[in-house]
Design a protein around this ligand. Structure first.
Ligand code: ADP
Ligand code: MG
Length: 273
């Protein structure tokens, strides 16, 4: 099966070579303004299937806004984003004009994406298992027995097979974030978006979450990760994008971290390292 083949390919380069063709996500001249505040000023980005893109950049540079646009939590004010070759949010009519998609069409597009935030936002009155079952049961109308099985499988995948019946308050921050990752995976996304998933964690808990993300990358998951974890970017990313002031200042392979060209990127790296 395809996943097995992907998992057996050790390096990101091998994965990339095995996944030619159409980007999983393509941003074209993406703009976003909140009123007078012009946050994104023409972002271009291509993310190929089975690859990991790490977005770096100072606070306020528009990284979260960009992820939220991909997941249609915000609407574009210019440009276009395609997911699997399909424009998000709009369809083009025969006469060439754009029409806004209806809620059902938007939901179908969003179902391709899983998102993990800095804050895990688990339901406190539900166990880990119940948190992960929630969307399959209520969004996908999956029978409970099947959802329970799926949730147990996804929690085992993130190393929490022995914590199924624990409540969030009984779990560490790192374990809670892994539950949040399992919750996203249970919806079978094709692409995972991570917005600073380790920024709220105590330093000693960061590694277990990055470990799960690295494992997902090794399994061939397409991922866009906003993080300040430079080591993770160097070791796991196929593509590194440095954003500042709403534009992509520099991008390339992970090697650009050790050999930055742009002064703003150099300066940023000196501050985070
Ligand atoms: P980053 O994730 O890189 O720190 P953000 O995308 O969160 O940056 O924010 C970029 C800029 O957009 C900031 O100046 C922020 O205050 C502004 N911003 C983000 N969301 C909104 C919003 N909903 N309304 C107004 N301004 C916003
Ligand atoms: Mg942010």
């Amino acid at each position: 099966d395809e996943n097995k083949d992907l998992a057996s390919q050790d390096t990101a380069a091998e994965r990339r070579a095995a996944q030619p063709g159409r980007p999983a996500v393509e941003a074209k001249r993406v703009h976003k303004a909140f009123g007078d505040l012009h946050v994104l000023k023409g972002i271009d980005m291509k993310v190929m299937p089975g690859t990991v893109t790490v977005i770096l950049g100072p606070s306020g540079s528009g990284k979260s806004t960009f992820l939220r646009l991909i997941n249609q939590l915000e609407t574009l004010t210019g440009g276009e984003i395609d997911v699997n070759g399909e424009m998000i949010g709009y369809k083009r009519l025969a006469d060439g004009t754009l029409q806004t998609l209806n809620d059902k069409e938007v939901a179908a597009q969003r179902a391709k994406l899983g998102m993990v935030f800095q804050k895990f936002n688990l339901f406190p009155h539900m166990t880990a298992l119940e948190n992960v079952m929630e969307a399959p049961v209520h969004v996908k109308r999956m029978p409970k027995a099947q959802a329970r099985e799926l949730a147990a499988k996804e929690l085992t995948r993130v190393g929490l097979g022995d914590r199924l019946d624990y409540y969030p308050s009984q779990l560490s921050g790192g374990q809670q974030q892994r539950v949040a990752i399992a919750r996203a995976l249970a919806m079978k996304p094709e692409i995972m978006l991570f917005d600073e998933p380790t920024s709220a964690l105590d330093p000693e808990l960061v590694g277990e979450v990055l470990g799960v993300m690295r494992q997902l990358a090794d399994e061939g998951m397409t991922m866009i990760v906003v993080t300040h974890e430079i080591g993770f970017a160097k070791e796991v990313a196929d593509q590194v994008v440095f954003m500042d002031g709403g534009v992509v200042v520099e991008s390339g392979g992970p090697g650009i971290i050790d050999d930055p060209k742009e002064p703003r990127f150099k300066d940023f790296l000196q501050h985070v390292l």
